[in-house]
Write a protein that binds this ligand. Structure first.
Ligand SMILES: [Zn+2]
Length: 231
């Protein structure tokens, strides 16, 4: 293999290494990404608080209602026991019962409203809890696939790393330096010459230049400085 061929091959290995490394980074990002699950869990916490709050309001309302009903019962007991003879007192008791009874209906309506609020929020809690279960299952499945893919890529990366060291050892250190510098500053170090043109900058390469490059010498394009390669 000529020097330029070696450098071209090294560039292929480096590009593959870069692609695989990028793929690995993306997989690691996805392995750590549990945003949806975290969001659903925090939604569940706040819905449960709302549920507790609504249940408490319902209880309070039930007690108020029982209280009223109890009072009515007591006064009616007095009214119909026959023990109270005083007509004025009887009239007052009747008035009181009437007033208390008038409060019962609105309280009952309010209680019904609260009960349906509780049901509504309970349904929301149930839906969110189910969603969390589903997200957890999906997350676990995804983790498994991603971990498998990660390990495959790591194997490829190890192999490519070995290929690279092997090539590196065969290449003349000065040429390797030129290659590394170009890769760093230009992104790409070796370019093909096709139909007499440098594929890095598209200028026409002088015949004498590409002939040397074809012979395997390290020739850099006079325009873009990249190393010229002819198959
Ligand atoms: Zn060029």
């Amino acid at each position: 293999m000529s020097l330029v061929e070696q450098l071209y091959k090294l560039q292929q290995v480096d590009s593959e290494l870069q692609r695989k490394q990028q793929e690995l980074n993306e997989i690691e990002d996805r392995l750590n990404d549990d945003k949806d699950l975290v969001a659903a869990e925090s939604r569940l916490v706040s819905q449960k608080e709302q549920m507790e709050d609504a249940r408490k309001k319902q209880k309070d309302s039930e007690w108020e209602l029982e209280d009223l009903q109890e009072k009515v019962k007591q006064i009616e007991g007095k009214l119909y026991s026959g023990k109270t003879k005083d007509s004025k007192e009887l009239v007052n008791l009747e008035k009181e019962v009437k007033s208390l009874k008038s409060q019962i209906r609105p309280k009952e309506d309010a209680l019904l409203g609260l009960m349906s609020q509780v049901e509504e929020i309970e349904a929301k809690v149930k839906t969110t809890a189910e969603e969390i279960e589903r997200l957890k299952r999906e997350w676990e499945q995804r983790q498994e696939t991603l971990r498998q893919r990660k390990s495959e890529i790591e194997t490829v990366l190890t192999k490519l790393g070995g290929d690279r060291s092997g090539l590196e050892q065969q290449i003349d250190p000065e040429a390797l330096n030129t290659y590394e510098r170009l890769r760093l500053t230009r992104g790409q170090a070796v370019v093909k010459v096709e139909r007499g043109k440098c594929q890095g900058c598209h200028i026409t390469v002088p015949t004498s230049q590409w002939q040397k490059a074809k012979a395997g010498d390290l020739i850099q394009c006079t325009s873009c400085s990249k190393i010229l390669y002819l198959e």
